[in-house]
Design a protein around this ligand. Structure first.
Ligand SMILES: Cc1cc2nc3c(=O)[nH]c(=O)nc-3n(C[C@H](O)[C@H](O)[C@H](O)COP(=O)(O)OP(=O)(O)OC[C@H]3O[C@@H](n4cnc5c(N)ncnc54)[C@H](O)[C@@H]3O)c2cc1C
Length: 483
């Protein structure tokens, strides 16, 4: 199925600002699904059931966990319960940056020491290669292109942050990272006002839907049971409760990321932060010549309200950033539908970066939710006393991190059930990390909206003044954020 008309929940929105008579497809989960078509649904849970491990959530975290557990212990009865369909959440909507960033590394360095954070970073570097390896072994063609990650600075203040970031990454053991000046940056990508960039080889661009759908099939082929259209309403020790029955298992794993707030008792655990994207129509050969970007690096900037982009396998630009950051009461979006003002803001961002693309059409816009813990640190935990486990809070860096989290959950379960001892992964500093809950409403809404308004103001000020240092406003926003 390739026609966009066949995607459920799609809404066509007239382009704004009068720059085009074309329509933008809005929602329909994501552009990746519009291209690929939605999967045929798997059967819901028919009745009460028993398993050795029940996994709630069929995104990358849940599916990678099922994959590694089943590989390690083929005899395990593993059931995945997914409220809609596998890859419905962020895993089927993201920007396809498979890269080595992990939320919270610097905090772990402060709390557990530099060496522990270096081990975490090394594990992340290896994780990028691991995802590529498994995709290959399982025959999943996810349009992976290993061009690394290029982050550009477009103002003097961004350049100061970029240099500090580059130095920090080197200090965490990334010896193969490179720093480029304006000329070398332009040789890679011709972005307006780019004064420098930093590049790491530990990154690839991919098509997230091809990866998550391929992974679901691979997991099923290994003998894991997946029930879709099965919302879990409550998780408690040894029980995952759904409207159709309860699955009982010694281990119950919560892999629900940005949707976690809808589970009983978890309203303030992780904040569902929105991220929104647009995808252009395919660019012409002349347009690509004007842009460069032949290395197809995952591309980002150093703004406080940062953007991320990829050159898609079919020659489009898919670009994302923060639109409406958060919905009151931890609500999530409706199948990816995005506000016209956000679409327009992302289009303006694209043209600010690549003014040579004036007139390029936006084909599709969509949104999704990330899970944000109160201290912005991703975590993976198994509570040995209850058998409850969880992984998430990846903020915007989950395409690779989910894989490390899953291998770690697998090791924790293997250790707890006496199948193996402690491993390098179970000793990483993000394991068992605890964090307080978010504030109740309306403080949560006011805080997050205030924070992003301040980041945007800081970006505008840095651009307006061309100051050499980060705006003080950004430091205020960092304090509000609790980073
Ligand atoms: C627009 C966007 C762009 C992004 N870009 C990038 C990027 O380029 N690179 C990067 O590293 N990260 C990116 N991220 C983040 C990354 O996509 C996520 O961190 C990652 O996909 C998280 O995977 P997950 O399986 O933990 O969560 P999800 O993919 O959200 O999966 C959770 C699943 O659980 C299901 N679920 C939730 N509640 C229940 C319930 N009660 N019962 C049953 N099932 C339930 C959901 O339907 C969903 O399928 C982006 C995220 C978004 C939204």
């Amino acid at each position: 199925m390739s026609s966009t008309e066949s995607v459920g929940g799609t809404e066509h929105t007239g382009s704004t600002a009068g720059h085009s008579a074309r329509t933008v497809i809005n929602g329909g989960i994501s552009f990746w699904y519009a291209q690929q078509g939605l999967p045929s649904p798997r059967e819901p849970l028919p009745s009460d059931a028993a398993a050795d491990v029940v996994i709630v959530g069929g995104g990358f975290t849940g599916l990678w966990t099922a994959y590694y557990l089943k590989k390690a212990a083929p005899f395990l009865r593993i059931t995945v319960l997914e409220q809609k369909f596998c890859g419905y959440g962020a895993s089927g909507r993201n920007g396809g940056w498979l890269y080595n960033g992990i939320a919270g590394r610097d905090r772990h360095a402060r709390v557990h020491g530099h060496e522990a954070a270096v081990r975490l970073q090394k594990a992340m570097n290896e994780t990028v290669a691991e995802v590529v390896r498994v995709a290959e072994v399982e025959g999943i063609d996810a349009d992976i292109h290993q061009g690394g990650v290029l982050e550009v600075a477009c103002t003097p203040a961004q350049l100061a942050r970029l240099k500090a970031f580059h130095e920090a990454e080197l200090s965490f053991g990334e010896k193969d990272r490179e720093l480029y000046g304006a000329r070398e940056t332009a040789e890679r990508v011709r972005a307006a006002d780019a004064v420098g960039s930093t590049w790491t080889p530990h990154g690839a661009r991919l098509n997230p839907v091809k990866l998550v759908q391929g992974l679901a099939k691979a997991v099923e082929a290994l003998g894991v049971t997946i029930h879709e259209s099965t919302p879990v309403t409550e998780i408690r020790p040894k029980h995952a409760v759904t409207p159709y029955g309860t699955v009982r298992a010694p281990y119950v794993l919560r892999c629900t990321e940005g949707f976690t707030a809808s589970l009983k008792g978890h309203r303030r655990t992780w904040l569902p932060m929105n991220s929104s994207m647009i995808a252009t129509e395919p660019l012409t050969a002349e347009q690509w010549e004007s842009v460069g970007w032949e290395g197809r690096e995952a591309l980002g900037d150093m703004a406080h309200a940062y953007m991320y982009a990829q050159r898609t396998a079919d020659g489009r630009i898919a670009l994302g950033g923060r639109g409406v950051p958060y919905r009151f009461g931890s609500r999530t979006d409706n199948d990816g539908r995005t506000q016209p003002a956000t679409i327009e803001a992302l289009r303006a961002l694209l043209l600010r970066l690549f003014p040579q693309l004036t007139g390029v059409e936006v084909a599709h816009a969509w949104s999704g939710v990330l899970g944000v813990p109160r201290d912005w640190c991703a975590t993976v935990t198994l509570d040995r006393s209850t058998g409850l486990g969880w992984a998430g809070g990846y903020v915007g860096s989950g395409v690779a991190t989910t894989n490390l989290a899953a291998r770690t959950l697998c090791d924790l379960i293997q250790q707890d059930s006496g199948q193996s001892g402690a491993t390098e992964l179970t000793a990483l500093p993000w394991v068992g990390h605890k964090v307080r809950k978010w504030e109740p409403e309306p403080l949560r809404w006011i805080g997050v909206h205030g924070m992003y308004a301040t980041y945007r103001a800081a970006d505008r000020r840095e651009q307006g003044t061309q100051a050499a240092q980060s705006s003080r406003l950004a430091r205020i926003a960092d304090r509000v954020a609790g980073r």
